[in-house]
Write a protein that binds this ligand. Structure first.
Ligand code: UD1
Ligand code: UDP
Length: 356
């Protein structure tokens, strides 16, 4: 069996890493195709280095662009490579433009598609990610669902049960495989003048938050209220998209909040594990916080990770500054008594078995 692993963004590198390792361990015939959707060192190569992953065999270098331009360029590049390589199956992970383009290009030339992290739904079609995941699920041959809940959503959309495999989420594999390595990788907290459980960690990058000045401003006001009341510093490693929009809107960063460059995975994991609370609109962070026992407040109106709400690790605040403040106060001392709903850290093994 020949497997093409398609990836293009930071979270895909993290969440494909255990699958790549499993392919190496089983000596399978596979190759990595990078679309180049993310390309800055700190959004791309830093992750290959930290996770000690083999370099991609191909990089399409598509870079940034509108949805149609980016998706179109990726499809064209992928089609050429797949025609030459003729893999038995293409694996895509998550909900980015890379995923949609990879799944579409492969399925149209009758190459089987495995969708890792299938069946997530926010039921909000204004999000580009929701469109990407719905379309990808419906053209995939192997729906590698992280939880029973995601399987339930797929069945409700009429996807045949025999195509669905509940595997757990590979984000758990990544946390389990790397947390210890991260802890031995130098003291990143010290570098930022922080001490364990005496700071908050924040990320914001979702288009609906960054590209709307009112929403982004309201998030900052919420952070300011949190800092003034709790007195704990907020470290904010900012996605390039967010940095660009802060400049464009001329927003000033309130005191107590330190905006820094995006961090490598090992440093970032350490900072997540050491945080008292996480404030985020990231999908991956909602999961990682839950897995590592750190309470989370999500800066969105909905989530495709309802498991985190159900177990009590996460609250949905949206972007209203008062609500961010109230929910942060509610969650800050929340004890970690919840179970991790995302699997046992063996998702990659189960995914490869499903393909075999
Ligand atoms: C994409 C995904 C999003 C995912 C996120 C992970 C889509 C539609 N969105 O959003 O679901 O959560 O990746 O981080 O696929 N930029 C750089 N350097 C880079 C990459 C991006 O400077 O390496 C800047 C560019 O200004 C670019 C902007 O960030 O225009 C947005 O990048 P893009 O890949 O379009 O979307 P993300 O916001 O990264
Ligand atoms: N991450 C990182 N450094 C950062 C921010 C995030 O290593 O500065 C990791 C994080 O641990 C998680 C992934 O990137 O594994 C999440 O990516 P992102 O939030 O960009 O995307 P999403 O999960 O929302 O699609």
């Amino acid at each position: 069996m020949k497997i093409a692993i398609i990836l293009g963004t930071r979270p895909e590198i993290v969440k494909m890493s255990s699958i790549i390792r499993e392919c190496q361990r089983k000596k399978l015939d596979f190759f990595i195709l990078h679309t180049g959707q993310h390309y800055s060192y700190e959004m791309d190569k830093a992750f290959f280095d930290d996770l000690e992953l083999p370099s991609p065999k191909y990089n399409l270098d598509v870079g940034s662009g509108s949805h149609a331009v980016q998706t179109g360029k990726i499809m064209e590049g992928i089609e050429n490579i797949l025609m030459e390589e003729v893999p038995d199956v293409v694996l895509v992970q998550g909900d980015t433009n890379t995923v949609l383009a990879g799944a579409l290009a492969a399925s149209k030339i009758n190459v089987k598609v495995g969708h890792v992290e299938a069946g997530l739904r926010s039921y909000d079609r204004t999000m580009p990610e929701e469109i990407n995941r719905v379309v990808t699920d419906h053209i995939s041959d192997y729906l590698l669902a992280p939880t029973g809940n995601s399987k339930k959503y797929l069945l409700a959309e009429g996807i045949p049960e025999e195509k669905i495999f509940v595997t757990g989420n590979t984000v758990v594999d990544a946390v389990y495989q790397n947390l210890e390595i991260a802890r031995n990788n130098g003291d990143v907290l010290k570098k930022y003048g922080l001490t364990e459980k005496n700071y908050l960690l924040a990320t914001v990058h979702r288009a609906e938050n960054t590209d709307d000045s009112k929403r982004l401003r309201s998030i900052f006001t919420g952070f300011e209220q949190v800092y003034q009341d709790l007195g704990l510093p907020i470290l904010f490693p900012a996605h390039p998209r967010t940095v660009k929009m802060i400049k464009e809107f001329g927003l000033s960063v309130p005191g107590g909040i330190s905006i820094v460059h995006p961090l490598g995975y090992l440093d970032f994991l350490q900072l997540e594990a050491g945080a008292k609370l996480i404030l985020t609109d990231s999908g991956g962070l909602q999961e990682e916080a839950c897995i590592m026992g750190v309470p989370c407040v999500t800066l969105r109106d909905n989530t495709e990770r309802p498991e985190t709400l159900r177990v009590g690790s996460n609250l949905l605040a949206g972007v209203d500054s008062n609500r961010i403040f109230e929910y942060a106060k509610m969650m800050i001392d929340k004890e970690n008594t919840w179970d991790n709903p995302f699997g046992d850290g063996k998702a990659a093994e189960k995914i490869i078995i499903a393909l075999e």
